[in-house]
Design a protein around this ligand. Structure first.
Ligand code: F6R
Length: 240
């Protein structure tokens, strides 16, 4: 796994945003996937700015969601959809058909998985995926013990994920399952970027880099990808 350490969060966000822009410059109709959560918020800002400045054109791009909390919809504060829409999609001029995002309120999660998998395969696979890393090493909602050969699937959320979720929701919520792209789909992306920021991520970043491929730290499964790039800021690199 290649690692690049940059000075701080703004530099991290700018560097990841530039990689997304490079993908779209090479391939204007690329399929892009960017995680929800706190880590990519600066990337969203940088991409919106680049769009306003005419440095990137999203009009031919398509986007697919990475994951969602089952039971939460777009109106629920802290749902992945609410975060990615609020911070990114709603600030660009995109057509509905450019976006495929999980409906966490679906009554048929298996069908929802098939819908998202179909969207990805109809678009020739993901070109660039931007991932965060959970405190327990999860990738998307591929939790410790995750299999490497999964496509989109329903997940029982790890206790760490359930407790960390309060930071998004602003209150404790009884969300025990998620829906997520699987490791097989993530590893099939042409370019995989995993980003981490802040001292709180230093331990999991160090464990991921030092460990062999081991499903108990799902981020290590990314080492099966030939060109995965980890980008971290200096605080997240303090234990390296
Ligand atoms: C969110 C997601 C999660 C987060 C991870 C890190 O869509 O897929 O895997 O990327 O939990 O979350 P933050 O960025 O909030 O530290």
């Amino acid at each position: 796994m290649n690692i690049e350490i940059v000075e701080d969060y703004p530099a991290l966000s700018a560097s990841v945003a530039q990689r997304v822009i490079d993908t779209l410059t090479r391939k204007p109709n690329a399929l892009i996937c960017i995680a929800g959560g706190d880590t990519p918020l600066g990337v969203f800002d940088a991409l919106v700015r680049a769009s306003e400045e005419g440095k990137v054109d999203f009009s031919h791009a398509t986007f697919v969601g990475l994951d969602e909390w089952l039971g939460l919809g777009k109106a629920d504060k802290g749902s992945c959809r609410e975060m990615v829409w609020g911070h990114f999609f709603s600030r660009l001029t995109l057509r509905d058909e450019q976006i495929c995002f999980f409906d966490g309120l679906t009554t048929d999660p298996a069908q929802e998985c098939r819908r998202v998998d179909r969207f990805i395969s109809e678009h020739g696979g993901i070109d660039t995926i931007v991932l965060g890393i959970g405190m327990n090493g999860h990738i998307g909602f591929n939790e410790p013990g995750a299999a490497i050969d999964t496509e989109c699937h329903v997940v029982d959320l790890d206790e760490v994920t359930q407790s960390v979720s309060v930071k998004y929701f602003g209150q404790a919520r009884d969300v025990k399952q998620g829906i997520s792209l699987g490791m097989k789909t993530i590893l099939a992306a042409k370019s995989v970027i995993v980003m981490a920021s802040g001292e709180k991520k230093a331990a999991i970043v160090a464990r991921t880099l030092r460990s062999d491929i081991d499903a108990s730290i799902p981020a290590t499964l990314l080492k099966n990808h030939p060109q995965v790039q980890m980008l971290v800021d200096k605080p997240a690199a303090t234990l390296l």
